[in-house]
Design a protein around this ligand. Structure first.
Ligand SMILES: C=C1C[C@]23C[C@H]1CC[C@H]2[C@@]12CCC[C@@](C)(C(=O)O1)[C@H]2[C@@H]3C(=O)O
Ligand SMILES: O=C(O)CCC(=O)C(=O)O
Ligand SMILES: [Fe+2]
Length: 360
């Protein structure tokens, strides 16, 4: 089976000639980065909406129902009391900050290779937009050692340990959430045999989990003209689900039909969990794949860390959710089946039209 980085390497976007702007060197907005000169008219009142994205306590006995409800109405929720050590979150934020604070010529040593998916660079969705984003990223799949060894020859282990510990934590949490959501959708255990079992029965060790995962460090430098910039353009994630930690600066917004762009304010210690394209397909469109974007700030740099969790690359995704009541049985599938790696290829060519290509 191919790994996630191999699959992304098979679908290169030729971003290698695009390096992020040297944000520390600019005092005015280069035209290449100016969005919406016609003013901020799509920052609708949704931002001031009185119905915020739900904040759910994972220790609450009603958490499963609350999560499914949030998945249905928003495709996104915030999660507190999730059991992940605060020190692990802080270490990742600290190391990410240390990386992005390096001088540009240092960061460029970690620049993604021509077809590579990992390392320093612009967002993968960049070629689909005519303007550049006010953003720099660092993509990790497994160990980041090869990218950072050169930057800190005597001291790269701290960075690597923080990223690897955090990925372990995220994997555990993602498995827990996936199991909870699939149980609620009455999707049988055989259908998700790829999910590591925590209740290894009969003394046999649980099967190795082969989920596809990636970690993305995001930095949005402070911007001389935030109203004309875009931190991260509107997109949905390619994952089953994404677990995001944002620093204490506002910026993340989700699009809710009928409401507009709604701010997801940072809540101390919370994760933002959002539904990606793959769970949207698996749920037969019962759960929306949350469309989200990031706006930038005039005085503060913003950071976030996103963990993308998906089934193995050769897993065939199909609408498994058939309705909860017998009357709803045999609901018509809205999408045709698609292997994870095939879907990544469709997205590399078509971005948000990838889903409509699969529509039955
Ligand atoms: C596992 C993933 C998920 C990726 C691609 C690959 C590594 C980097 C991820 C992101 C991170 C930034 C937004 C996004 C839209 C982007 O441009 O790169 C994400 C994308 C996706 O969700 O498709
Ligand atoms: O920075 C954020 O809050 C969101 C990042 C994001 O959407 C992503 O990495 O896919
Ligand atoms: Fe995203």
């Amino acid at each position: 089976m191919s790994t996630l980085s191999e699959v992304y390497r098979d679908h290169p976007l030729h971003l290698h000639h695009i390096a992020p702007l040297d944000f520390s060197a600019v005092r005015t907005m280069p035209d290449s980065h100016v969005w919406r000169p016609e003013s901020s008219n799509d920052f609708s009142f949704g931002e001031l909406s009185s119905s915020p994205v739900p904040v759910i306590d994972l220790g609450d006995p009603n958490a499963p129902e609350l999560i499914v409800q949030a998945c249905e109405t928003w495709g996104v929720f915030q999660l507190v009391n999730h059991g992940v050590l605060l020190s692990h979150i802080e270490e990742v934020e600290y190391e990410a900050g240390r990386f992005f604070a390096l001088p540009t010529r240092q960061k460029l040593k970690a620049l993604r290779t021509p077809c590579g998916a990992t390392g320093y660079g612009v967002a993968r969705i960049t070629p689909f937009f005519s303007k550049y984003m006010w953003h720099e990223g660092f993509t990790i799949m497994g160990s980041p050692a090869d990218h950072v060894r050169e930057l800190w020859p005597h001291d790269h282990e701290r960075f690597c340990d923080a990223m690897e510990n955090y990925q372990k934590d995220m994997k555990g949490l993602a498995e827990r959430l996936t199991r909870l959501i699939f149980d609620s959708l009455k999707i049988s255990a055989e259908e998700i045999s790829w999910l590591a079992s925590t209740t290894g029965s009969g003394g046999s060790p649980p099967p190795p989990s082969t989920a596809s995962t990636a970690l993305q460090l995001n930095s949005y430098p402070s911007c001389p003209d935030p109203n004309q910039a875009m931190g991260l353009a509107p997109h949905t994630d390619t994952s089953l689900l994404t677990i995001l930690h944002q620093s204490e600066t506002n910026g993340l917004q989700v699009f809710k039909p009928g409401l507009g762009w709604v701010l997801i304010p940072p809540v101390a210690g919370a994760f933002v969990v959002n539904i990606g394209d793959i769970l949207h397909i698996l749920s037969n469109a019962r759960f929306p794949n949350a469309l989200h974007r990031v706006v930038v700030n005039g005085s503060r740099q913003r950071f976030s860390v996103a963990y993308f969790y998906s089934p193995p690359t050769d897993y065939v995704v199909s609408p498994l959710y058939k309705g909860l009541n017998s009357g709803e049985d045999n609901i018509i599938p809205r999408y045709r089946s698609v292997a994870v790696k095939e879907y990544i290829g469709l997205k590399a060519k078509n971005l948000e039209n990838a889903l409509s290509i699969l529509r039955t």
